[in-house]
Design a protein around this ligand. Structure first.
Ligand code: HT7
Ligand code: ZN
Length: 874
C-alpha cells in the first residue's frame, strides 16, 4: 500500500459547489444519481488538469458532462478513480453508480443494519457511495432525494431540512433534504428505516426553537430520554461556555446496531452506535449513562468544532477531535465531579495512550504520514490531542482561551483549516508566543520529567530541578524540548499549603503555581521555608508527561491524606499501590505486604466524612494494563498474580470494614445518575467484588441478593461480575444463565454479558471464549459483539490472553485473519494487544511476534491490517 505524506498536500484542483443526489433504495442494491457543479479552483496551480474523482467498490453506470453522455473513451474508470481527461473551467458532471449496501460488511459508505439503511462516511466512506473528490477541503452544499419502499422504510432522512416529500407509486415514496451549509462529503448521512420518532424542542439563546428528534427501532422507544436530556444540556452548555448556538432548524439522532465506532457527527443527523445512545435504568450501568452523555455532547459540539470549522486534510484530524474531546471533558466535569472526570481521563491516557506513544504505531498529534487513515483514529489524536488543547487553556487561562476560541470560530467559519490555524488564533487573541508549544503537535512520544530536590535549611530555600527528555519513536530521534505547564504545590508537615515564593516575589506568594518548562533543565528556588516541604507535583496532571521523582512511601501516604489537590491525592494512592504490587512481582509467595497500605485503605473505607466519589476511585487498584505499561519488560502472569495477591490481602485484612461499607452504602431513594449515588454504588460493588475474592459467605449472600433484587443494571451487573469472578462455580453458571434468560432480547445487555465472561480469568478461558463465539447471540457482522468477546478477552483478560503456551495470541491472530476480509477497520483495531510485543518478557514477546507474523502472511491482507502489522514488526 501507498504511504500518504502531509508534505505532499496540494490544494484541490477542482471544487464542487453543489451536490445533487438521488438514491433509489432497493433490496438488491441502490442506484445513486449524482450531479456535481464543478469549477476549477482559483487557488490551484494545476490548470486544466484532468478531473479525478475517488471511488471504491462502485459499479459505474453512466457519466455525463453538462447533460451530454460521455462515451467510454472520454473517461477512465480505474475502480479507485474516475478520470475525465478534458473538462472545461466550470461544468456539471452527472454520474450514476450502483452499489450493494446489503452486502457491505465493512460498514463504510451505505450499508444495512438490522434492516435499515445507514451511512458512515468519515473518513473515506463517501467514495463507496459515488465518485467524488473525497477530501475534507472540498466543501459543497448538498441536496439529497431518498426514494424507497414506503412500508419497509417509512422514515427517510438526510442532512439539513426536509423540503419536499411525496408518493411515487408502486408503494414507493421519497423525501428531499437540503443542507444550506457547505460541508465536506465525510459529513454526509442518509438513513432509511422503520423507526419510531421521539421529539423534543430546544430554544436557543437567540430565541429560535430547534426541533430535536431521535429515531430508534420501536423496541428501543423507552431508552431515549437520557440521550435527549444530555443533548439539551450540551446545547445550553455550548452556548454558555463557548458562545456557540445551533444553526439548523432540526437536530436528529439515529441509533444503529452495527457501527464501527461510537458515533458520527454528520451535519444535523448524528448517527450513533446503539450502545452509545440508548439507556434505561434497568439495562444501562452508571458508566454507560455517563458515557452516553459525554458522547452525545461530543458529537453535538462537533457542530462547531469540526463541521462549521473543519479539517483541511486528515493529518489535521486532531484539530476537530482533540479540541472536541477537550470540550466534552470540560462539559462532563461541569455536570459531574471535576476531580473524578480528571482521574478517569488520566487513567485512560496513562494506561493506553502512553502505551501507544511508546509502541510501534507512535505518531505525533499531527501525523506526518499514514497508509490508512482509519488507523489514525487513535488515543494520540483524541486524548493526547485534548491534553494539548488543555495545556493551551492552562497557559492562557480561561478568559484568554475563550477569546482565542471565539477568534478561531469567527476567523475560520466555513473553512477547512489546520492545527496551526488553531494555535495562531490562540496566539493572536492572547498575545502569547506558542511557537515552541507547536512541538506538541509535531513530536511523538511521551516526555519524561526527571525531578530532584534539595532543601537548604540554612537559607530556607527549597530547590527543585526538572529535566525533560523525549524518547525516540519510530522515525523520530533527537527531539527538542517542549513547552510544558507544570502545576505544583508544597506541603508543610501538618499538611498545610506553603507559599511558593520565588526570589522575585513579594511576601504573599500563591500556594500553587504553574511553572513553564521550556528548556532541557530548569532549577526553581522557593524561598522563606522553615522545613523541607513535601512536593505535590504536576497537579491536575497539567501535562501529558511521565514524572520521575524518588517519592518515599511516607510521602505517598502523606499526600494521599493531605494533598488539597484531589487528583494528586488519588495519584499518590495509585503510586503507593503500584509500588507495593511491583515489589511483589516475582517475589516469594510468603513475602510480606506493607501494613501501611492496609491502614491507608482502611482509613479510606471507614471514614465516611471523606469525599465519597474520590474514595470510590481511590479504592480501585491500578489496573494490570497500567502495571504492564509501567514495566520495562513485563511478565504479564506475574503482574496479574502480584496484583491479585495484594487485592486478596486487602480484602482479608479489611473484611469487616468492607461489609460495613457495603451496608452503609445501601441505596435509598430513587435511582439517579448523580455523583453521590454513583459513588455509593461504586463503593458497594467494590466491597462485593473484594469479598468474593476471598470466598466470604456473607459477601456471597449479599451478592446473590443484590443480583436478584436490584432495580438497576449497575448493581445487577456488579453482583454478576463479582460472582462470575469468584470461586463459587455453581453460582457463576446459575447467575450467567439467569441473566441471559432475562435480558436476551436486549443487544446492549447481551454485550455486557459477553464481556463480563470474556474479561474474567474464571469464565473466560479459551474453550469458553470459543463457545461464546458459537453462541446464538454472537454475530460476526456486529462490531459490538466482536469487541465484547474478542476485544475484552485480549484487552482485559490478561491471565488467559498471556498464557505461556501462546494459545491466547494465536487465537487473536485467527480472529483478526477471519475479520480482515469482512471488516478491516475492526480487524486492524483488534490487533493492538499484539503490537505491544516488545513490551513483554522474551518468552511472551517471541510468541506474540510469531502470531503477528502469521497475520502478516495471510494472503490479500487489507491495507488497514497491513499497516499495523508491518509497522509493528519493523
Ligand atoms: N468523527 C467520528 C469518527 C468516526 C469514524 C472514523 C472512522 C471510521 C468510522 C467512524 N465512525 C465515527 C467520531 C467522533 O470522533 O466523533
Ligand atoms: Zn469526534
Amino acid at each position: 500500500p501507498q504511504t500518504i505524506y502531509l508534505s505532499e498536500y496540494r490544494v484541490p484542483a477542482y471544487l464542487v459547489d453543489t451536490v445533487d443526489l438521488r438514491f433509489e433504495l432497493f433490496e438488491d442494491g441502490t442506484r445513486v444519481h449524482s450531479t456535481l457543479a464543478v469549477r476549477r479552483n482559483p487557488e490551484s496551480d494545476a490548470g486544466a488538469a484532468p478531473l479525478e474523482l475517488d471511488g471504491d467498490s462502485l459499479v459505474l453506470e453512466s457519466v455525463a458532462l453538462d447533460g451530454k453522455a460521455l462515451s467510454e473513451g472520454e473517461y477512465e474508470d480505474r475502480g479507485d478513480k474516475l478520470i475525465v481527461e478534458s473538462v472545461p473551467e466550470q461544468f456539471e458532471l452527472s454520474v450514476v453508480t450502483w452499489i450493494e449496501p446489503q452486502n457491505n460488511t465493512r460498514l463504510e459508505g451505505l450499508y444495512k443494519s438490522s434492516g435499515m439503511f445507514c451511512t458512515q462516511c468519515e473518513a473515506e466512506g463517501f467514495r463507496c457511495i459515488t465518485f467524488f473528490p473525497d477530501r475534507p477541503d472540498v466543501m459543497s452544499r448538498f441536496r439529497t432525494r431518498v426514494e424507497a419502499d414506503k412500508s419497509a422504510y417509512p422514515v427517510l432522512l438526510s442532512n439539513g431540512n426536509d423540503v419536499e416529500r411525496g408518493d411515487l407509486g408502486e408503494g414507493r415514496h421519497f423525501v428531499t433534504w437540503e443542507d444550506p451549509f457547505p460541508k465536506p462529503c465525510y459529513l454526509f448521512a442518509l438513513v432509511a428505516g422503520d423507526l419510531v420518532e421521539k421529539r423534543d424542542t430546544f430554544t436557543t439563546c437567540s430565541g429560535r426553537d430547534i426541533d430535536l428528534r431521535m429515531y430508534v427501532e420501536p423496541r428501543n422507544a423507552e431508552k431515549c430520554d437520557h440521550a435527549m436530556d444530555s443533548l439539551k444540556r450540551s446545547m445550553r452548555w455550548d452556548e454558555e461556555t463557548y458562545g456557540r448556538e445551533y444553526d439548523l432548524e432540526i437536530f436528529m439522532i439515529v441509533a444503529v446496531d452495527d457501527f464501527n465506532m461510537g458515533a458520527m457527527e454528520n451535519k444535523g443527523l448524528n448517527i450513533f452506535n446503539s450502545s452509545c445512545v440508548l439507556a434505561s435504568q434497568e439495562t444501562a450501568t452508571d458508566v454507560a449513562f455517563q458515557r452516553i452523555e459525554a458522547i452525545v455532547a461530543h458529537e453535538y459540539f462537533h457542530n462547531w468544532s469540526g463541521n462549521r470549522v473543519t479539517c483541511r486534510d486528515w493529518f489535521q484530524l486532531s484539530l476537530k477531535e482533540g479540541f472536541t474531546v477537550f470540550r466534552d471533558s470540560q462539559f462532563s466535569a461541569d455536570v459531574g465531579s471535576p476531580t473524578v472526570k480528571r482521574i478517569e481521563d488520566v487513567n485512560v491516557l496513562r494506561t493506553a495512550q502512553f502505551a501507544e506513544d511508546g509502541g510501534p504505531m507512535a505518531h505525533p498529534v499531527r501525523p506526518a504520514s499514514y497508509m490508512e487513515i482509519s488507523n489514525f483514529y487513535t488515543l494520540t489524536i483524541y486524548e493526547k490531542g485534548a491534553e494539548v488543547v488543555r495545556m493551551i487553556h492552562t497557559l492562557l487561562g480561561p478568559d484568554m482561551f475563550r477569546k482565542g476560541s471565539d477568534l478561531y470560530f469567527q476567523r475560520h467559519d466555513g473553512q477547512a483549516v489546520t492545527t496551526d490555524d488553531f494555535v495562531r488564533a490562540m496566539e493572536d487573541a492572547s498575545g502569547r508566543d506558542l511557537s515552541q508549544f507547536r512541538l506538541w503537535y509535531e513530536q511523538a512520544g511521551t516526555p519524561v520529567l526527571d525531578v530532584s530536590d534539595e532543601f537548604d535549611s540554612g537559607q530556607g530555600i527549597y530547590r527543585l530541578t526538572i529535566r525533560q527528555s523525549i524518547p525516540d519513536t519510530p522515525g523520530q530521534t533527537g527531539k527538542k524540548p517542549q513547552h510544558i505547564p507544570f502545576a505544583l504545590g508544597l506541603l508543610g508537615s501538618r499538611g498545610e499549603s506553603l507559599p511558593l515564593r520565588l526570589e522575585s516575589d513579594s511576601q504573599d506568594a500563591p500556594t500553587e503555581r504553574v511553572l513553564e518548562l521550556t528548556g532541557e533543565t530548569h532549577v526553581f528556588e522557593f524561598h522563606g521555608l522553615n522545613e523541607c516541604p513535601v512536593p505535590s507535583l504536576l497537579r491536575q496532571f497539567s501535562a501529558p508527561v511521565r514524572v520521575r521523582y524518588p517519592w518515599t512511601r511516607e510521602q505517598m501516604l502523606f499526600l494521599m491524606s493531605h494533598d488539597p489537590d484531589g487528583f494528586n491525592r488519588w495519584d499518590a494512592g495509585q503510586r503507593l499501590a503500584v509500588d507495593v504490587i511491583q515489589s511483589l512481582i516475582g517475589a516469594p509467595k510468603d513475602s510480606s505486604i506493607d501494613a501501611r497500605l492496609v491502614a491507608a485503605y482502611r482509613h479510606l473505607i471507614s471514614d465516611s466524612s471523606l469525599d465519597q466519589a474520590l474514595v470510590a476511585n481511590m479504592l480501585q487498584l491500578p489496573s494490570a494494563a497500567y502495571l504492564i505499561e509501567l514495566a520495562e519488560s513485563a511478565d504479564a502472569p506475574a503482574i496479574h498474580e502480584a496484583r491479585e495477591r495484594v487485592l486478596k490481602h486487602l480484602a482479608i485484612a479489611l473484611r469487616d470494614d468492607l461489609v460495613a461499607c457495603y451496608r452503609r452504602n445501601l441505596e435509598e431513594g430513587d435511582y439517579a445518575v448523580t455523583p453521590e449515588q454513583i459513588a455509593r454504588r461504586s463503593l458497594r460493588n467494590t466491597a462485593l467484588a473484594w469479598l468474593l475474592q476471598i470466598n466470604d459467605e456473607e459477601g456471597r449472600e449479599l451478592a446473590q441478593r443484590q443480583f436478584r433484587n436490584s432495580d438497576n443494571m449497575t448493581d445487577r451487573l456488579g453482583a454478576l461480575r463479582a460472582l462470575v469472578n469468584s470461586d463459587y462455580e455453581e453460582d457463576r453458571e446459575r447467575v450467567l444463565e439467569e441473566f441471559y434468560e432475562r435480558f436476551q432480547e436486549d443487544p446492549q445487555v447481551v454485550e455486557q454479558w459477553f464481556s463480563v465472561q470474556a474479561a474474567s480469568d474464571r469464565a473466560g478461558q479459551l474453550p469458553q471464549i470459543r463457545a461464546l463465539l458459537e453462541h446464538r447471540a454472537f454475530d460476526w457482522k456486529n462490531p459490538n459483539k466482536i469487541r465484547s468477546v474478542v476485544g475484552a478477552f485480549a484487552g482485559q483478560n490478561l491471565a488467559a490472553f498471556h498464557r505461556p503456551d501462546g494459545s491466547g495470541y494465536n487465537f487473536l491472530a485467527d480472529q483478526v485473519c477471519r475479520l480482515d476480509d469482512s471488516n478491516p477497520q475492526i480487524a486492524a483495531r483488534l490487533v493492538t494487544p499484539l503490537t505491544r510485543w516488545k513490551k513483554f518478557a522474551p518468552a511472551h514477546s517471541e510468541l506474540m511476534k510469531s502470531a503477528l507474523e502469521r497475520i502478516r502472511d495471510k494472503s490479500g491482507l487489507s491495507r488497514d491490517v497491513y499497516e499495523v502489522v508491518h509497522k509493528s514488526l519493523a
